[in-house]
Design a protein around this ligand. Structure first.
Ligand code: MLT
Length: 270
């Protein structure tokens, strides 16, 4: 894997690439970084040019002059992803894959750059906007995190991210997910929370996302429930649904064999 650190949209951002072939862009979720895709990068780079950015403020990417009190909206992250494709001179349409917040970003990317898309992979994500309570909760975290630090985020989030069996019997996954959260800066967390709190609802627009689309979800996902994702797959003109056993929200890490298998089969056909 190669790490690229470049000035992109005026900020020093990092992106990781591996392999050659069909371009496959992997957009991570909140509050993680590209390492959540390690099993997919390893396997899918045998067939694809994998492009896995660290979103601004996460992993090896800086925040630049981004002001966390404004938040970063999903369209801004999407424009950073598009700028990476320009940097790598990727001209052919890509397979765009987004996990959770990465999915919220994917919708915005697809609306702005439809000509750059060949197919979509939606992992454990949603189309609806936040309820007023959820959005208030995000803003509260954004306001308090500079004082509290990230540890309360680890404690509050990890039990919701993983399946019961993962939490009880797979300490290495619990550790990996907790450490990824600990690496995230309070400013990056506050920015993304404010951005997600204000994100738009794209549910009524799903029929306009007319590309081959694989919808993947862990059977125990507590954040983007399997039934909700089944509905997304049905509403997408070319949606295919794949429920993954033995996984909560962090499906790509909890059951990488099944996720890689589903993605590989999908990629062969698009
Ligand atoms: C994520 O995994 O990106 C988050 O759970 C998304 C969210 O908080 O809505």
């Amino acid at each position: 894997m190669n790490q690229h650190n470049l000035m992109v949209n005026g900020i020093e951002l990092a992106c990781h690439t591996a392999g050659e072939g069909l371009p496959l862009v992997l957009i991570h979720g909140f509050p993680f970084d590209h390492t959540m895709w390690a099993p997919q990068i390893e396997t899918l780079s045998s067939r694809c040019q994998v492009i896995a950015p660290d979103l601004r403020g996460y992993g090896a990417s800086k925040m630049g002059t981004t002001d966390s009190s404004d938040g970063v909206d999903m369209a801004t992250y999407a424009q950073d992803v598009a700028a990476w494709l320009d940097e790598f001179e990727v001209r052919e349409p890509v397979i765009l894959c987004g996990f959770s917040m990465g999915g919220y970003i994917l919708w915005q990317f697809a609306k702005r750059h439809p000509e750059r898309i060949r197919a979509l992979i939606l992992c454990d994500t949603r189309t609806v906007a936040d309820s007023p309570e959820a959005s208030a909760g995000r803003r509260k975290m954004a306001e308090s995190i500079e004082d509290t630090g990230v540890e309360p985020v680890v404690e509050g989030l990890v039990p919701k991210l993983l399946a019961t069996d993962t939490l009880a019997n797979r300490p290495e996954i619990v550790q990996q997910v907790s450490e990824m959260i600990r690496q995230a800066s309070p400013a990056a967390i506050a920015s993304a929370q404010r951005g997600m709190a204000a994100r738009e609802d794209v549910s009524a627009e799903l029929d306009s996302f007319d590309w081959p689309a694989l919808v993947v979800v862990g059977e125990e996902d507590a954040i983007s429930p399997a039934e909700e994702m089944r509905g997304i797959a049905k509403s997408l003109p070319q949606g295919q649904f794949c429920e993954i056993a033995g996984a909560g929200h962090m499906t790509a890490l909890e059951n990488p064999v099944a996720v890689n298998d589903a993605m590989q089969r999908f990629i062969e056909l698009v």
